[in-house]
Write a protein that binds this ligand. Structure first.
Ligand SMILES: Nc1ncnc2c1ncn2[C@@H]1O[C@H](COP(=O)(O)OP(=O)(O)OP(=O)(O)O)[C@@H](O)[C@H]1O
Ligand SMILES: [Mg+2]
Length: 236
């Protein structure tokens, strides 16, 4: 599957002085405290750090699922604060693929239909979407499971469907939060290989949150978060 003709800027993800403060019973929780980050097209970065460090919050903000309390975010050259709710969702659907933990597939749809979803939302004709979805499912090794519903798939297969769905639109940005967290070692390794291979072949920029230090070491870059800040960015 080829990425649609569109310009990909050099710095695909840019965060400038990003803060996120949640308020729980009038108590502020400073989940992000001044994040500055610039990620170039095609870079693959592991985000590591203790529980509560702000890793998922960072992914939600980069993914336009949540908005910063302060600071600016540019994705592929677009200042996302200039988008309204509707244009944000259209932009998100074509720009970002999400691979979060399992259980976010639609149970009533087949694997193929789940993978087709972002294409249908984008208004691409059904037959073209179906063809693309079949190709992407093939690339994750699941052609023989197209008609299975999520409950009729193993955990690793469900995760591969999620990856296929995330890649359907060939988004410039892939965000993965513990993508192999619930899987056995062997399945986990094969899904890691698959993600890395697909990122390379589609030149996808990826932020991948993990507690698995072996996985983090396999990625070209690592950033370490603590208390809502990036405390180490290695060779980035
Ligand atoms: N919706 C929310 N409302 C209030 N506080 C929140 C919310 N989401 C996260 N937090 C708080 O923000 C901080 C960062 O949370 P976050 O989920 O980003 O951590 P994390 O690094 O992903 O941790 P983990 O490794 O456990 O997934 C935590 O202290 C958490 O309690
Ligand atoms: Mg988290």
């Amino acid at each position: 599957m080829k990425r649609e003709k569109r310009n990909i800027v050099e710095d695909v993800i840019v965060l400038q002085d990003v803060y996120k403060v949640y308020s729980v019973e009038a108590q502020p929780v400073e989940a992000l405290q001044g994040i500055n980050l610039s990620v170039k097209n095609g870079q693959i970065i592991a985000v590591i750090g203790k529980s509560g460090a702000g890793k998922s919050t960072l992914l939600h903000i980069v993914g336009t699922i949540d908005r910063p309390s302060q600071g600016r975010v540019w994705l592929n050259g677009t200042d996302v604060s200039t988008l309204n709710d509707y244009t944000t969702s259209v932009f998100r659907n074509s720009t970002i693929g999400f691979v979060f933990q399992m259980k976010n597939l639609f149970n009533e749809f087949t694997a193929l239909e789940n993978v087709m979803m972002p294409g249908l939302i984008a208004g691409i004709p059904r037959s073209a979407v179906k063809e693309r979805a079949a190709q992407v499912l093939h690339s994750v090794g699941l052609s023989h499971r197209e008609r299975h519903r999520p409950a009729e798939l193993s955990g690793g297969e469900q995760q591969r469907v999620t990856i296929a769905r995330a890649l359907l639109m060939a988004p410039p940005v892939l965000l993965a939060d513990e993508p192999t967290g619930n899987l056995d070692r062997k399945t986990s390794l094969s899904i890691q290989d698959l993600l890395l291979e697909l990122c390379e072949s589609y030149t996808t920029t990826m932020l991948l949150v993990t507690h698995d230090l072996d996985l983090a070491q396999r990625l070209p870059h690592q950033i370490i978060m603590e208390d809502g800040m990036i405390i180490d960015r290695g060779n980035l």
